[in-house]
Design a protein around this ligand. Structure first.
Ligand code: GLU
Length: 423
């Protein structure tokens, strides 16, 4: 693989960092400047104040966002994040990534993202339910089954999706399960959705290893994050014979050169508040050391901006598969490229989640539900096609997989803009 890339400057703003990569891709593929101009501005930005009665009897006001980046290829799609660092700039970046991710995966969607600035770990279930319902009501004119379709992201899960569905249905007077995805199965969720992002990471890892001439049964992997993405990714990778030598979450990180028993880790986390602290299947290491540990495949599946230029210098893996959104800072890209590390970028590597969200939406519209096997087969096929497309573009345009993924997305969005015409 070629190592050509632009040396993007460091960026304070996440959205600026997205635009810098977009500019590199746009230049390489010779994209129309008009299309780039359109994509530089999200089409809708909604910020709300959400007063919530806390358990102590006091009102607290939370900041909520929903930002629609693009609807060129269809209704906007993207998750809702609950975290303390949620802010307008971050949600803009995440929304743009959703536009590109959906285009790379060939889904008939544009991109959006939502978020609430809060710390869900310190809130009671009742507080979270009241906050979530307030958010759903505030966004009733933004969401819609053919308009904007939210889903889970960091800090949210099927539980919040069910509350949003219920609130949306009450407010609109309709029963519209397809207005949100990532729902629990009994209220219209899809089999396979829970594991889908991790499954996409696995399919992309296998596809990349094959291109690199590496046998999965002879490689080791480190997986950062043990939430919805990391835990399923670790399990599915180990089921493929890949030896998982390191796992970690926000509470503890472990290394074991003989391989970590992922089923034991899953069982441990299930009984321990879904965290790894106290697990004894490996040696405790520093949280950041998982990124630079001795392994062939690195899966950052936790937070954004963890691979800095300094960390990039010390990474030993040959392959990075980005389970999280934005784990690599733009200034680390050229270093990874120089080191000939293959990076399967977030907008391809973690597209499994939104792909099965799309299947959930299709099933909701049809009112007919598929078997898990059918979901997984269709998912794997879509991911393999997306991977092949990006891989081919990397060699056609002599660039990294990251820029090739942007090119793959932009080719489709540019066509969409041109076909729909100007106004
Ligand atoms: N939040 C996930 C993502 O970043 C899933 C989005 C969706 O299913 O709409 O891709």
């Amino acid at each position: 693989m070629s190592t050509q890339t632009a040396n993007a400057p460091a960026h304070e703003s996440m959205f600026e960092a997205v635009l810098a990569r977009l500019d590199v891709a746009a230049k390489l593929m010779n994209m129309s400047e008009d299309v780039a101009t359109i994509l530089r501005s999200p089409i809708k930005q909604v910020k709300v104040a959400l007063p919530v009665m806390m358990d102590n009897g006091k009102i607290e006001v939370f900041e909520g966002y929903r930002i629609v980046h693009s609807t060129v290829l269809g209704p906007s799609k993207g998750g809702i994040r609950y975290a303390m660092d949620v802010n307008q700039d971050e949600v803009m970046a995440l929304a743009a990534w959703m536009s590109f991710k959906c285009a790379v995966a060939n889904l008939p969607y544009g991109g959006a993202k939502g978020g609430i600035k809060c710390d869900p770990r310190t809130m009671s279930v009742g507080e979270l339910e009241r906050l979530t319902r307030a958010y759903a009501t505030a966004m009733k004119d933004v969401f819609g089954v053919n308009r904007d379709i939210p889903a889970p992201d960091m800090g949210t899960s099927g539980r919040e999706m069910a509350w949003i569905l219920d609130e949306f249905n009450k407010v609109t007077g309709e029963d519209s399960p397809g207005v949100i995805t990532g729902k629990p199965i009994v209220v219209g969720g899809s089999l396979g959705r829970d594991a889908a992002t991790g499954r996409g990471v696995m399919v992309n890892t296998l596809a990349a290893l094959k291109k690199m001439g590496l046998n999965p049964k002879e490689v080791t992997a480190a997986v950062q994050g043990f939430g919805n993405v990391g835990s399923h990714a670790a399990r599915l990778l180990s089921e493929q014979g890949i030896k998982i030598v390191a796992i970690g979450d926000h509470t503890a990180t472990f290394y074991n050169e003989n391989g970590i028993d992922i089923n034991a880790a899953l069982e441990f986390a299930a009984k321990n508040n879904r965290v790894l602290k106290g697990f004894n299947g490996g040696t405790l290491i520093n949280a950041n050391d998982i990124l630079t540990c001795n392994c062939d495949v690195l899966v950052p599946a936790a937070l954004q901006n963890v691979i800095t230029d300094e960390i990039a210098q010390n990474i030993q893996a040959k392959l990075i598969v980005e389970g999280a959104n934005g784990p690599t800072m733009p200034e680390a890209d050229p270093i990874l490229n120089e080191k000939n590390i293959v990076v399967v970028p977030d907008i391809l590597a973690n597209a499994g989640g939104v792909t099965v969200s799309y299947f959930e939406w299709v099933q909701n519209k049809a009112g007919y539900y598929w078997s898990e096997n059918e979901v997984n087969t269709k998912h794997d096929e879509k991911m393999e096609i997306a991977f092949a497309h990006v891989w081919d573009n990397a060699s056609i345009f002599k660039t990294s997989m990251r820029i090739a993924a942007y090119i793959t997305a932009l080719q489709k969005i540019e066509q969409g803009v041109k076909l729909k015409g100007n106004y």
